[in-house]
Ligand binder design. Sequence first.
Ligand code: GLU
Length: 430
Amino acid sequence: MGIPAITPLEDGIMSAEVDILAMARQQLAVATGHLNLDGGLHQVLAHPQRALIVNFPVVMDNGEVQVFEGFRVQHNASRGPTKGGIRYHPHVSLSETSALAMWMTWKCAVVNIPYGGAKGAVRVDTKKLSRRELEKLTRRYVTDINGMLGERSDIPAPDIGTNAQVMAWIMDTMSMQVGHTVPGVVTGKPIELGGSEGRVEATGRGVVVALEEAARVHGLDLGNARVVIQGFGNVGATAARLAEEAGATVVAISDATGAIYNPKGLPVRELATKYSGHEGGIREYQDAEKVTNSELLELDCDVLIPAAISAQITADNADRIKASIIVEGANGPCTPEADAIIGDKGHLIVPDILANAGGVIVSYFEWVQDLQNFFWEEDEVNVKLKKIMRAAFASVEATRVVYKTDMRTAALIIGVKRVSEATVRRGIFP
Ligand code: GLU
């Protein structure tokens, strides 16, 4: 059908034992401190508004019933309907999903699109499912959480382990239940079902816009920059290709099978078309040294783009990271301890809630197009995406200077300020 395969899970990467929700709350506390927010408001923002756990059965192809655990969490709806992806991964939890929902709230506020944050997840290894099982799992999960979803209330999108086909099933399932087609209930759909031009590439494209802005501020010539990318899913692969188009040399990449390194550069397009997603993955490419995932992060380079999962750069390895610019394609790849170590070295982290916002920005465009039944050309999407990313980068940089802090804290200050102002303006019901 011409639809890309499900992003392989990054199982070569072992997530450190990090409490992601505690990490998100620690970041929030830093921002509320700068903003002198009152304790009650801080409490409101530290908790998700609504969270649902579902345990649902799926009849597998062999006739056996398997029960899966899923979640949907809405963190804050003060600025609009909640928005955020659905993740299929064997290690998800309610608390991690809550942290990811909180980050979505700040992300939408930093780039100033009219959404609150949400996230969904199912604990599953999609590699072990047939296409039919994946479809049944998706339709049942969405049916069980459908009380929370709606084009005016909570709008899912792709994340790790899900793709446009999964979004198509979600749209169809929601539409079947109301009796007419509701394209605006989910974004990241195939183009022929009301998806937007440019949505598949949007997160990676936004990452590279953030990189270009960071390079300019930091005085790094991208034409001479060596880039290392962790993860070769949708975000990592697009960022690799566009970083190369921007003049940089991609020297190392990892996928689910491991990592490869060649200081002279890797053929990004060839890796994407001939190796990624195939048996053996990118490690089958011969003209490169095989390295482990932890070695990849510590390679000699100028730019590191972690584009896989959270908690990859921690107190354990932060002092060995050589990149002077880290652009967070993934959500939460650097822990607060790592932030401090990297900041002390004078290196720059462009935080996730800014750097990877391109996906939700184009999701917003998709939703607007769906509500209006009026569709844009790809150029228009990309130009508008770039404009929002650049403006957000500039406001985070300006806030960083005013508050004499790092970019993550500056981005959080903007996001938390916008959300708390909306919350206060609306007041507390009843
Ligand atoms: N899952 C993506 C993210 O973490 C996209 C969310 C969306 O488009 O709603 O930003």
